[in-house]
Write a protein that binds this ligand. Structure first.
Ligand code: C5P
Length: 220
């Protein structure tokens, strides 16, 4: 069933962290490795989907005839690329750990350590998942991720509603082996109609297969 559902579909996936520049040598980032998003991209490409991978800075390499990779650095660059490609996509899977804020001003010369306290004002980045969720038309699906430390299901449900997603893949930071910096992940999938599917700890390629099966079986 999964095989047929994704074949020939155009799918945009975000993966990895974003880097928000402070000055020519410094940035604000996070620990995301991109492994979950890259695993989903590869599984989809093997199912003959036409994948557009919008990747933040990561050490990962991917080469597949069904994957077009666009390397971006900041949340704003990721946002613009996603907006550009989304209108004729069937599906968007937003697995990137997008920085919520960026420095208000970029210093074009390196900041000197003259002050005892340095203040950097941060301003909010656009929410890509929210934007695509509210732009989607009939026939388009938008899937998000959530990494929560408390009230996990409740927070993920609220995210699903607010961002108008069709499903949220929840990873808990409380589960050993799940989330950033691991080859494994433990997820639950929350669907728009309220159903929750829970999965055991698995390697990220097996998790990617579970996510795709769940989409094909429940959202097709
Ligand atoms: O609100 P929160 O960051 O917890 O939501 C996580 C989900 O939203 C993930 O799917 C992430 O890729 C997406 N997101 C986004 N743009 C942002 C922030 C989060 O697409 N600026």
């Amino acid at each position: 069933m999964t095989t047929d559902f994704f074949k020939g579909k155009k799918i945009v996936i975000t993966a990895g962290p974003t880097y928000e520049k402070i000055d020519p040598v410094r940035f604000i980032g996070n620990y995301s490795t991109g492994r979950m998003g890259y695993a989903i991209a590869e599984e989809l490409a093997n199912l003959e989907a036409n994948v557009i991978l919008v990747s933040g800075p990561t050490a990962l390499k991917i080469e597949h005839e069904n994957i077009q990779v666009h390397h971006v650095e900041s949340a704003l660059e990721m946002y613009h690329k996603c907006i550009e490609v989304f209108s004729d996509c069937n599906l968007a899977i937003m697995s990137a750990a997008v920085a919520d804020y960026r420095p208000e001003h970029y210093h074009d010369v390196k900041i000197k350590k003259n002050e005892e306290v340095l203040t950097i004002n941060l301003i909010k980045n656009p929410d890509i998942l929210y934007t695509l969720g509210h732009a989607k038309k009939a026939g388009q699906l938008v899937i998000g991720f959530a990494l929560e430390t408390h009230n996990e299901i409740e927070n993920a449900r609220e995210k699903l509603r607010r961002k108008n997603a069709d499903a949220i893949v929840l990873n808990s930071l409380n589960d050993p082996g799940a989330g950033f910096k691991h080859d494994t992940n433990k997820i639950s999938i929350i669907l728009e109609k309220g159903t929750i599917f829970e999965f055991p700890l698995k390697d990220k390629h097996a998790v990617a297969k579970d996510i795709l099966n769940c989409i094909a079986e429940n959202l097709a």
